[in-house]
Design a protein around this ligand. Structure first.
Ligand code: COS
Length: 393
């Protein structure tokens, strides 16, 4: 599959990143192709096992002692992996990404015992991870969550619901955020690792979406979780969630970038072969204008994405840069893919055609892990606060 790899020469990357992207591209071409299955649960389980067996999931966890590739999560590597996987198969990217999002809070805040128990199995693909933050009335407004965890001796008792939980129904454990009440709002939340088999945790409902993947609503009823399963100090759950999202939001941008690159590749192949009015589609300036806009949007997304990834790998706080990358890459990928459907004409809306699938697959990325409107809020806040801090008025 043709894809521009010139960006790998940008100064954001080390030689090891270039080698990683090329090796994964070759592997994905041979091993996953376009992974699609009517049984999405079975397809995801198989993808997690395969990604784990061949070593790719090691990049989703931090700490070589626990099975990670490096001691800290290398954001550029995660982004290159997601970009490459999503170019080949959105479902393979999903399977990879959720191992990272679902275990990222353990990498960042787990005790050695929790790291020992979970991270190695995430890295090998033996355990499937999930991140349980959203609720029916608390998606963007995390501090409004109601799911409660009441201390009870050396346990907490969880009561409430979580929804839109990716890997819900197939996960072996969930990182669950709940109100522990140390203070109002965002200062009264804590995070816990809850095994899927814990009594009192049930899958209340499976949710079908336009690009199928495992998704569910969870219900906790008198669900007892040992206090040793808590991640970070009591009341620090909001920060645990935000720090985890700071890593993986940038990687959502990378996934969108991969989908957009695939759309451009499909468009180029169509534009140079589709005969029309005595020439091919690509002869027409109206098509060239579309291709130019697509290529420029892709480069702009790549620059924002790898700037955020590189900055984070230098140890910087990247709340603003990650938000910019996620917002721009997902929004512009939607436009690139829409143009690809237009270039493919009627074929582009036939069920199962690569661009028809891309059209469905991109949509949710503008919503999950912080909708575009949340990214706008974050970018504006950070920009205003930098202006205020500079003393300008
Ligand atoms: N890293 C570390 N700490 C952070 C942080 C970050 N990225 N972002 C915020 N915090 C801290 C703040 O510094 C503040 O600390 P103090 O209480 O010590 O002052 C605290 O967390 C609360 O922050 P803030 O006042 O910004 O909280 P808000 O409730 O206003 O948060 C947004 C607003 C919208 C930014 C937040 O709720 C958010 O990101 N929502 C989207 C969540 C999401 O992605 N949902 C999708 C579900 S996951 S698939």
């Amino acid at each position: 599959m043709h894809s521009d790899t010139g960006y790998l020469d940008w100064p954001f990357f080390e030689a090891s990143h270039r080698e990683l992207a090329q090796r994964l591209d070759a592997w994905a071409g041979e091993s996953i192709g376009d992974a699609h299955d009517s049984d999405v649960d079975a397809a995801c389980r198989a993808l997690v096992r395969k990604l784990g067996k061949d070593g790719w999931l090691r990049y989703t966890v931090g700490g070589t002692a626990w099975g990670g590739q490096f001691d800290a999560i290398d954001t550029r590597a995660v982004c290159l992996l997601r970009e490459t996987l999503s170019r080949h198969s959105a479902l393979a990217d999903f399977a990879f990404a959720m191992q990272g999002l679902g275990s990222g809070s353990i990498t960042l805040h787990g005790t050695p015992e929790l790291k020992q128990r979970y991270l190695g199995r995430v890295a090998s693909g033996e355990a499937i991870a999930a991140f349980a933050l959203s609720e029916p009335d608390s998606g963007s407004d995390v501090a409004a969550m109601k799911c409660a965890a009441r201390p009870d001796g050396d346990h907490y008792v969880l009561e409430g619901e979580k929804t839109w939980i990716s890997n819900g129904g197939i996960a072996d454990f969930y990182v669950v955020f709940a109100r522990t009440g140390e203070a109002p709002g965002s200062r009264g939340l804590s995070a816990f690792v809850v095994d899927a088999a814990t009594p009192g945790l049930e899958i209340a409902e499976r949710i079908e979406v336009i690009a199928p993947h495992p998704l569910a609503t969870l219900r906790f009823t008198n669900c007892r979780v040992a206090a040793t399963q808590r991640l970070g100090a009591p009341g620090q759950g909001f920060k645990v969630a935000m720090q985890t999202l700071d890593i993986f939001r940038t990687s959502v941008a990378a996934a969108a970038l991969g989908l957009a690159r695939r759309a451009l590749c499909e468009s180029l192949s169509r534009a140079t072969s589709r005969k029309m009015f005595g020439g091919v589609l690509a002869d027409f300036q109206i098509t060239q204008a579309k291709l130019a806009a697509m290529a420029t949007a892709i480069d702009a997304s790549a620059l924002l994405t790898y700037r955020a990834a590189w900055l984070r790998d230098q140890g910087a706080k990247v709340t603003r840069e990650a938000a910019m990358a996620k917002m721009h890459a997902t929004e512009s990928a939607q436009q690139v893919i829409d143009a690809a459907v237009q270039i493919w004409g009627g074929c582009g809306v036939v069920s199962g055609h690569p661009v028809e699938r891309l059209y469905r697959e991109i949509r949710a990325l503008r919503i999950y892990e912080g909708a575009t409107e949340v990214q706008q809020l974050i970018i504006a806040r950070e920009t205003l606060s930098a202006f205020g801090a500079a003393g300008a008025a």
